[in-house]
Design a protein around this ligand. Structure first.
Ligand code: ATP
Length: 445
């Protein structure tokens, strides 16, 4: 494989050329760290989100879905700690990645200067100058731009789940332990964004908050972190590219008792793309305190009232899509030619098959069209009659389309077609009326 920078450059270029990801507002020079998904990208991301939703919500009896609004009462963010935590002058250590207040008493020297020493890892000269850090995007609700009208674009979806947990629990008649899952946009005014879609200012999260009886949180935490790793493996991500990173005491968020990141080895290094957090009863207790509303759960078995503990699994939809893109990217030699192939697991590939008439005559386009029309009722398929068959295959390899269906001279005689496998390049002849079953079988899992 080519060097890392090169791989990212190639991936960004392929993403644009093939219609996976475009820079936002590109004709105006782009908007910093905001990206748009093109025709193939939106399908890929959608398939990943649907797979997550199916495994979390549909396949489990103990998890319910929710779609909370992006805008929430501003007190939510006071209670959660986001208002206080993110508007102070902050200093980052470029070495250990810790972030702390510029007036942290442990800090020595002048941040931004070579003499400053990181209070956490002890490295000298790695601290940034203090910046007034506004992680949350602020806007105004209603016609008047005054402080009483300030609302925030949510920086995480989790709080929408916490403030609704009793609504969901009571309406769905769930008993502890149970979870609430949500997919939605989040916004962070990141100071150091970059690496393509890895760190963006607008992104989507797939979060699940699992509410448990106090005392059982460690067990559920273990369960969920293993379950989540398995999910990524089943998504087709190479297991050797996945690992856990447990947060040390200095890394733990203010709300967390324990936390693991699931990391992927991107071309630019190992980085988190999912966090599993043991959040204790911090958030619910804070909301109870700030709202004045009881957020206790009544245990029907014992008649006890208590605030549940929460185990969170927090996955970025965009970052997972980037993991899948990086993991799928392959360059190889085929019959003396170089080809770039995106080896997506067929179940999540944006296009499931492409249909080609070998030549645009002798009844082939008509039959190919009929086959395409039949397949599109079940799968996202593509029709391509432009250029040599070899070029058409290469284009679909770059799109990661697992199957290429070619209508040739024999097809018009006996109603069979060839199906080319993207990865093995093997071709099999299949009766045209068996194609739906043939593909359905291979697209499972
Ligand atoms: P990081 O340390 O990378 O900033 P974080 O620890 O703040 O991430 P969490 O708050 O735990 O992240 O968010 C959970 C998940 O949401 C992350 O693992 C990631 O997939 C996604 N995520 C968070 N921030 C961003 C972002 N700016 N751009 C894209 N995805 C993000």
């Amino acid at each position: 494989m080519p060097p890392a920078d090169n791989v990212m450059e190639k991936l960004v270029s392929l993403a644009k050329r093939r219609g996976f990801v475009f820079q936002s507002s590109e004709i105006y020079g782009g908007l910093g760290s905001v990206w748009d998904y093109g025709p193939l990208g939106v399908e890929l991301k959608q398939n990943i989100k649907e797979r997550w939703w199916r495994s979390m919500v549909h396949e489990r009896e103990d998890i319910e879905g929710l779609d909370a609004a992006i805008l929430m009462h501003p007190k939510v963010w006071e209670a959660s700690g986001h208002v206080a935590g993110f508007t102070d002058p902050l200093v980052d250590c470029k070495h250990c990645k810790n972030r702390f207040r510029a007036d942290d008493p442990r800090l020595t020297g002048t941040p931004g200067q070579p003499d400053a020493q990181c209070p956490v890892c002890g490295t000298k000269g790695t601290l940034t100058a203090p910046r007034l850090f506004n992680l949350m995007f602020k806007t105004f609700m209603g016609p008047v731009e005054e402080s009483a009208a300030v609302v925030y674009l949510r920086p995480e979806t989790a709080q929408g789940i916490y403030v609704n947990y009793l609504n969901v629990q009571q309406s769905s008649r769930q008993k502890l332990p149970f979870g609430i899952a949500q997919i939605g946009k989040a916004f962070r005014n990141e100071i150091t964004p970059g690496n393509f879609t890895f760190r963006t200012r607008e992104f989507e999260q797939m979060e699940m908050q699992f509410f448990v009886k106090p005392g059982s949180e460690d067990e559920w935490f273990e369960f969920w972190r293993h379950e989540r790793l398995r999910w990524h493996e089943a998504l087709g991500v190479r297991p050797e590219k996945l690992r856990f990173h447990r947060h040390g005491p200095d890394e733990l968020a203010h709300y967390a008792k324990d936390a693991y990141d699931i990391e992927y080895e991107f071309p630019f290094g190992w980085h988190e793309f999912e966090g599993i957090h043991n959040r204790t009863n911090f958030d619910l207790s804070r909301h109870q305190e700030h709202s004045g509303k009881k957020l206790e759960y009544l245990d029907p078995a014992t008649n006890e009232r208590f605030i549940p503990f929460v185990v969170e699994t927090s996955l970025g939809a965009d970052r997972t899509t980037l993991v899948v893109l990086c993991d799928a990217y392959h360059e190889e030699e085929v019959e003396g030619d170089k080809r770039v192939v995106m080896r997506f697991r067929p179940a999540i590939a944006p296009l499931k098959a492409a249909v080609f008439p070998l030549v645009n005559k002798e009844g082939m386009p008509e039959l190919a069209r009929r086959i395409h029309d039949g397949l599109r009722r079940r799968f996202n398929v593509f029709y391509d009659d432009g250029g040599s068959i070899g070029r058409r295959y290469r284009r679909q390899d770059e799109a990661g389309t697992p199957f290429g269906i070619t209508v040739d001279g024999q097809s018009t005689q006996d109603q069979t077609v060839t199906v080319r496998d993207r990865d093995t390049l093997q071709q099999v002849r299949v009766a045209a009326d068996q194609l739906v079953e043939h593909l359905a079988d291979k697209l499972q899992g």
